[in-house]
Design a protein around this ligand. Structure first.
Ligand SMILES: NC(=O)C1=CN([C@@H]2O[C@H](COP(=O)(O)OP(=O)(O)OC[C@H]3O[C@@H](n4cnc5c(N)ncnc54)[C@H](O)[C@@H]3O)[C@@H](O)[C@H]2O)C=CC1
Ligand SMILES: O=C(CO)COP(=O)(O)O
Length: 337
């Protein structure tokens, strides 16, 4: 029987890393790893992350450092909470300090743009000394601010090995954070990445005031596309009906805090991508890059993904949102499945 995990390291000080570290540290021993000494000093002294989560006080017991060796030496569980595009550079910085006993969990929702790899695949490639059964993903309906405020939240932890998943579930569970296990790493990661694209489209539907019928249809057909995309890559179809799939879609298409949904709303006003992203900066909307990657992968895998295609055309080819909606409505009649 493996020992329980007594310390957790959270890597990344955007809104999700800060929220997870703050919430977990109320019941567990947690270290938050910052990118620079200056940032670590600022967060330690002010006990706030003014840039990404200004309303939350960081608990006194949360240990904050910029030293990767200190952050990982006594912490068997490392949670990587950085944008997907930065996952590889971040794990490269940490890899000299990680041993075969470490468990590494990705909390990012996206693909690596140039390689089309999922985050656990990036981690495996950069951590050859760690058994792949100790590399997993966390995903679910998890708006950072609500998590940090201690509002009731559920999530999914996926590892190839059930025992590892159970150890991580026990390490991360709190009174307000209930976690379910999964062995479907592929499905959980694909669900988390692709739901952001659907949320952008749903935001555009909100922006057009096209109605709730349209939004319900978009989301339901969106999950059908995500399922097709996942199944050809070996995912369990049931994962897409669970918290990491439909659960995360529901929160992302309804929350006023979702950055992806906001991006879609702004497209409906006729704004350009560069303009929208510069207003969002320094925050990220992962769905933008995921749209590009998913549309490329859909063609390579020969998966029918009309919603992803139209979202791509709006985002990267300047197609007006209302025209994309008309084209979706006027496709050939077909059976639902
Ligand atoms: N914010 C949320 O509610 C949730 C976010 N996620 C996922 O978590 C990942 C991180 O997103 P957020 O924390 O929301 O980002 P964010 O949009 O709050 O912040 C992104 C910024 O974090 C900064 N950053 C801080 N530490 C960094 C590091 N070590 N490496 C690179 N950049 C660093 C960069 O300036 C970057 O622009 C994304 O994949 C996102 O989809 C997942 C669940 C919930
Ligand atoms: O992943 C999220 C909720 O589960 C956060 O969504 P946004 O990145 O759109 O804010």
């Amino acid at each position: 029987m493996k020992r329980s995990i007594e310390r957790i390291t959270v890597v990344g000080t955007g809104s999700w890393g800060t929220a997870l570290a703050a919430m977990l540290s109320r019941e567990h021993e947690v270290t938050l790893l910052c990118r620079s000494k200056e940032e670590a000093e600022k967060l330690s002294t002010t006990r706030r992350n003014e840039r990404f989560l200004p309303s939350i006080v960081l608990p006194e017991q949360l240990y904050i450092t910029a030293d990767p060796e200190i952050a990982t030496s006594q912490c068997p569980l490392v949670i990587m909470v950085v944008p997907s595009v930065a996952m590889r550079e971040n794990i490269r910085l940490l890899s000299p300090y990680l041993s075969e006993n470490h468990i590494v969990l990705s909390a990012a929702k996206g693909f690596e743009p140039c390689t089309e790899l999922r985050m656990t695949q990036v981690l495996q490639a950069e951590l050859p000394g760690i058994d792949p059964k100790n590399i997993g993903a966390l995903s679910g309906p998890n708006i950072a601010l609500e998590v940090a405020e201690g509002k009731p939240t559920t999530s999914v932890v996926a590892f190839p090995d059930e025992q590892v998943a159970m150890r991580v579930i026990n390490a991360l569970t709190t009174k307000t954070f209930r976690i379910y296990g999964s062995r479907d790493v592929v499905g959980v990661e694909i669900a988390g990445a692709l739901k952001n694209v659907i949320a952008i489209g749903a935001g555009a539907i909100d922006g057009l005031a096209a109605g709730n019928n349209a939004k319900a249809a978009f989301v339901t057909r969106g999950i059908a596309e995500i399922s097709r995309f996942g199944i050809v890559q070996g995912a369990n179809p049931l994962t897409f009906a669970g918290l990491a799939g439909i659960g995360d879609l529901i929160v992302t298409i309804t929350s006023k805090y979702s950055r992806n949904r906001w991006v879609g709303q702004e497209f409906a006003k006729g704004r350009k991508l560069a303009d929208i992203l510069s207003e969002l900066h320094p925050q990220v909307a992962e769905g933008v890059e995921t749209t590009r990657t998913a549309w490329k992968m859909a063609q390579e895998l020969a998966v029918d993904m009309p919603i992803i295609e139209q979202t791509y055309k709006v985002m990267f080819e300047g197609k007006p949102v209302h025209e994309a909606l008309i084209d979706l409505m006027n496709r050939e009649p077909k059976f639902e499945s």
